[in-house]
Ligand binder design. Structure first.
Ligand code: ZN
Length: 212
């Protein structure tokens, strides 16, 4: 599978596009486009590479990871795929914005069209992602693991040398550290970690993450 990373919005959030280079089927993960310029960057990438978006997936439903959800959903006709315990976050993004004293337009409630569960397999052309539960940053946080190509998208659970904050609604620090130790650091050591913010890292490197 091929991967492109985009950094969008004032939170510096990582949006990923994953695609099968043979079929050109693509998944858009955590679309964070805040402005029409950012929407154009994503749409132009899809057009110029001839991709067919077949999945809109969120690792969790925090505001900065969902600012582009409505655009992706309406432009490509895709239902949101995410884990049900984060539904309350998607339903009230205005409340999330208020926590940061932000006043964004167009924060329509999000509806999960397809609930994802731990152990689910998501097909992207011939490629496959496995859903891994990593609750703690939010109750419905998931990671997306590609065993064949040895990478995992960790959302805001695990960053390079750091972990997600747990002081927002539904956060739980003990649960997050447990999730990371049990479900991420047990992946093969050479797995590339692609986080929701900041640069990539590896499972091997994060086994000495001081926050875990
Ligand atoms: Zn988050």
């Amino acid at each position: 599978m091929k991967i492109a990373r985009f950094e969008f919005n004032l939170f510096g959030e990582n949006t990923y596009i994953l695609w099968d280079p043979e079929t050109l089927d693509a998944a858009i993960v955590d679309p964070g486009m805040q402005t029409s310029d950012e929407e154009k960057v994503l749409a132009d990438f899809i057009t110029s590479n001839g991709l067919h978006p077949v999945h809109l997936i969120n690792t969790h439903l925090h505001l900065d990871h969902t600012l582009g959800d409505t655009f992706v959903s309406s432009t490509y006709g895709l239902d949101l795929e995410a884990a049900a315990p984060d539904d309350f976050l998607g339903k009230d993004r205005v409340a999330q914005a208020r926590l940061f004293h932000l006043d964004f337009a167009n924060l329509a409630p999000l509806t999960i069209g397809k609930e994802l569960h731990a152990g689910d397999t998501i097909k992207i052309g011939e490629g496959e992602l496995k859903v891994i539960a990593v609750p703690g940053h939010t109750p419905g946080s998931i990671a997306l693991y590609c065993a064949k190509d040895r990478f995992v998208l960790t959302g805001d659970a695990l960053f390079r040398g750091s972990i997600g904050r747990t002081d927002l609604p539904g956060g739980n620090g003990d649960e997050l550290r447990r999730s990371i130790r049990a479900n991420l650091l047990t992946l093969p050591a050479d797995t590339t970690v692609l986080p929701g913010h900041g640069p990539s890292t590896s499972v091997a490197m994060e086994r000495s993450n001081p926050w875990v």
